[in-house]
Design a protein around this ligand. Structure first.
Ligand SMILES: *Cc1c(COP(=O)(O)O)cnc(C)c1O
Length: 226
């Protein structure tokens, strides 16, 4: 068995253990394999082991791999910061965006999303611990940006994403994000706000405890990034 297949089996075990411990259904949690800085052949190996969703942070790197892997039916997630000059490629080549944090970017993405494609599935990134250095919006701006995204025809708002402050207990940030989603669900009851993208290799279990529906796992699947 290859290293990647072994690691996927191990992470799958850990997800199931966390589900059991925190009374969650395995079927309600999607594993996103974060393949940034790893080659297309590593993605293909993970695909052959059953993974269908892959997360990438850098646009050009992702497009190169998508081209090499166009024979595979992959669900592509963009999870890195979005620069204005990359919105065109993201709108054309991804199914999901986890890291929306500006109205200007939202408008460009909706305008540039081809009409023959389903709406881009969007998560708003929240800077849950208000760290100065981090991308994501503060909680106070969430309803306004959510309303903007909901009003855009080629975007579908699905939920929230966060990267918690590594200096604090991860569970606190995850619980805050889950509460924020709850609030949005009450504010926008007619939208399908069902997604909480939180938890990485080091903090997956607390994220599942707090209600994650997507976990973004890189190192624990592909090993250290080169
Ligand atoms: C790199 C990255 C991950 C994966 O992190 P690991 O610690 O390697 O599991 C998850 N989410 C985002 C936004 C990332 O940039």
């Amino acid at each position: 068995m290859s290293e990647i297949v072994k690691r996927i089996n191990k992470i799958e075990n850990e997800i199931q253990k966390a589900c059991l411990a925190h009374k969650r259904n395995r079927a309600d949690i999607q594993l996103i394999a974060v393949s940034k800085r790893h080659p297309a052949c590593a993605i293909e190996e993970a695909f052959n082991a059953g993974i269908r969703a892959f997360g990438e942070n850098y646009c050009q790197e992702a497009l190169d791999k998508q081209q090499a892997l166009s024979h595979l039916d992959i669900d592509w997630h963009f999870i890195g910061p979005v620069q204005s000059n990359k919105t065109h490629d993201i709108a054309q080549h991804f199914n999901w965006l986890h890291s929306l944090d500006r109205e200007k970017i939202a408008k460009r993405l909706s305008r540039q999303r081809p009409e023959h494609m389903p709406p881009l599935q969007v998560l708003i990134q929240v800077n849950i611990d208000d760290e100065a250095s981090k991308s994501g919006i503060p909680l106070e701006q969430l309803s306004t940006l959510a309303q903007t995204v909901i009003d855009l025809p080629q975007l579908e708002l699905r939920g929230l994403m966060t990267l918690p402050n590594p200096a604090k207990p991860a569970i606190d940030g995850f619980i805050s994000l889950a509460r924020a989603l709850n609030m949005l669900q009450q504010q926008f009851p007619n939208n399908k706000l069902d997604t909480l993208s939180m938890g990485m290799s080091q903090d997956m279990s607390p994220a599942i405890d707090a209600g994650a529906t997507m976990v973004r796992i890189g190192t624990a699947i592909f090993g250290q990034r080169p």
